[in-house]
Ligand binder design. Structure first.
Ligand code: SF4
Length: 85
């Protein structure tokens, strides 16, 4: 699955939410101020690895799981935890 890393923190642009064909990036714009998290997350089970979210992110926060920089490895687990996976 794709993973959203540190650059999203404090940005939460949500362009990726609109780009995702399977609607697996949360929280969405209409979820109460998306205040329940400091960043957006990709559901690791629902993601179909299409890559559509990558080019639309203004801060280049999204990586294929295999390409995730080692310094941001914890973001994989953070996403899984967010969705209770
Ligand atoms: Fe959605 Fe595709 Fe990005 Fe996965 S890679 S989060 S399916 S847009």
């Amino acid at each position: 699955a794709y993973v959203i890393a540190e650059p999203c923190i404090g940005t939460k642009d949500t362009a990726c939410v609109d780009a995702c064909p399977v609607d697996c990036i949360h929280p969405k714009k209409d979820e109460t101020g998306h205040a329940d998290s400091d960043q957006l997350f990709i559901d690791p089970v629902e993601c179909i690895d299409c890559g559509a979210c990558v080019p639309v992110c203004p801060v280049s926060a999204i990586y294929a799981g295999d390409d995730l920089p080692a310094k941001w490895e914890a973001f994989q687990e953070k996403a899984a935890t967010h969705f209770g996976r």
